[in-house]
Design a protein around this ligand. Structure first.
Ligand SMILES: C[S@@+](CC[C@H](N)C(=O)[O-])C[C@H]1O[C@@H](n2cnc3c(N)ncnc32)[C@H](O)[C@@H]1O
Length: 246
């Protein structure tokens, strides 16, 4: 089976349908997830935010297969956590260069993946950071990466689906990077974040213009040329923006 992890809409994928990520956080990790992550990644600086290092993979589909072999399961979510996505790199850069946006505040990094944006928020001086992801491997990767950057004590991690949650309403702001790659998820996240913005929360979105980004509701705050993994994006550089609601 040909599998691709590129963030195109599902309908454009060749011979592969992403599993429903809802509930993916309940997958059991059969063996030692930290050892698995260490064995299949290398600790490297993030190209567009080299102040931060992450455990990243060289190649996506091979790691995806290894994950399914490790868990003896099929239909698992792709290893999004093993890459610094274009939107995440842009938002991380923005937070590091504009620490006043999060300094002293309680923020959520929704759909954190590797933990990149959460780590940038902690490095920028956020008082508290909650990183969320539905993928159980991501939760371990966030912990490992937070420790590698010396901010493990400042980042809490949850596998709860925070869309519409009271947890998010209690935070000062929500950061969301590269989450508009699927229609249903994009719609749900767009509506949810718009509601939080209307309620006075600070929202920052990092995104290179994925298919379901609600551009008509957003304004770009910063634009970056972000080095990305050719295997994922079919490009070496991707123009990626940091967006806020109008
Ligand atoms: C393309 S990755 C982006 C990761 C990271 N924000 C970055 O920019 O590098 C998308 C992530 O969204 C997560 N995800 C999807 N739906 C989610 C939800 N409802 N709650 C939390 N995470 C979710 C996936 O597990 C995956 O880690």
């Amino acid at each position: 089976m040909i599998r691709t992890l590129a963030l195109c809409p599902i309908s454009a994928r060749a011979n592969h349908t992403l599993p429903n990520l809802d509930g993916a956080g309940t997958m059991s990790l059969a063996r030692d997830p930290l050892a698995f992550i260490r064995a299949h990644t290398r600790l490297r600086p993030v190209p567009h935010a080299p102040e931060i290092v992450l455990h990243v993979a060289d190649e996506a589909t091979d790691l995806w297969q290894k994950t399914e072999d490790e868990l003896q399961a099929i239909g698992l979510p792709p290893p999004f956590w093993a890459f610094a996505w274009a939107g995440g790199q842009a938002l991380a850069r923005y937070l590091l260069d504009h620490p006043e946006t999060v300094a002293g505040r309680t923020v959520i990094d929704f759909a954190s993946g590797s933990g990149l944006v959460a780590i940038a928020a902690a490095r920028a001086g956020a008082a508290r950071v909650l990183a969320s992801d539905l993928d159980a491997f991501a939760l371990h990767a966030i912990a490992l990466n937070a420790a590698a950057n010396g901010v493990a004590d400042r980042i809490a991690i949850t596998g709860e689906n925070l869309i519409g949650s009271a947890t998010a309403r209690d935070a000062d702001g929500v950061l969301a990077a590269d989450v508009f790659y699927e229609r249903d998820l994009g719609q749900a996240v767009g509506d949810w974040l718009a509601g939080l913005h209307a309620a006075g929360r600070t929202i920052f979105i990092g995104d290179p213009g994925r298919a379901y980004l609600p551009k008509d509701r957003l304004v770009p705050r910063a634009t970056y040329q972000v080095p990305v993994t050719r295997d994922l994006e079919d490009a070496e550089i991707k123009t990626s923006c940091v967006w806020t609601f109008r």
